[in-house]
Design a protein around this ligand. Structure first.
Ligand code: HEM
Length: 130
């Protein structure tokens, strides 16, 4: 199976697992004070809904969706926007991988590797706008 299809199915299981987005932000915020600062004034309930769609865009991009939405995300996360340093995407992926391991009951190293491949393609587009 292609990485994009493996990830689509894994994401389905993650979204069906209670607390997936809560766990993601628990891991992500715990990973660095710089991340906590960025979200200091954020309504996290709203942010979790936005991330649900954000990850879907990452998955759909790997399945051939044009990169318009990811470029817009790159723009909001750029120097001129929220100034999210490119290095922080490694922490983002690590938090995501830890969360998938907890919530996708079928998770394997192959599945995490497929996620890594899919996410890095989108992160390239996002960081290009930095
Ligand atoms: C906002 C997705 C990486 C910090 C958002 C939004 C989405 C999103 C969909 C809301 C729409 C927008 O503002 O454009 C993603 C995805 C990422 C990613 C898919 C990785 C591929 C990061 C990283 C950080 C970050 C690494 C580092 C701290 C933020 C902040 C906001 C935001 C601070 C705004 C929160 C607010 O409104 O107060 N992100 N993001 N994001 N993201 Fe990201």
């Amino acid at each position: 199976m292609k990485a994009a299809d493996i990830v689509m199915q894994s994401y389905g299981r993650c979204c069906a697992s209670d607390g997936f987005f809560d766990s993601f932000y628990d891991h992500f915020l715990a990973s660095s004070p710089e991340i906590r600062d960025k979200f200091a004034n954020t309504n996290m309930a709203g942010q979790k809904l936005l991330l649900r769609q954000g990850i879907l865009n990452v998955v759909l991009h790997a399945r051939g969706m044009p990169d318009t939405k990811l470029k817009a995300l790159g723009c909001s996360h750029s120097r001129k926007g929220m100034n999210i340093r490119p290095e922080l995407y490694t922490l983002w992926f690590n938090a995501l991988a830890a969360t998938i391991r907890e919530h996708d009951k079928q998770s394997t190293t192959e599945i995490i590797q497929a996620w890594r491949e899919v996410v890095s393609k989108s992160v390239e587009v996002i960081i290009a706008e930095y």
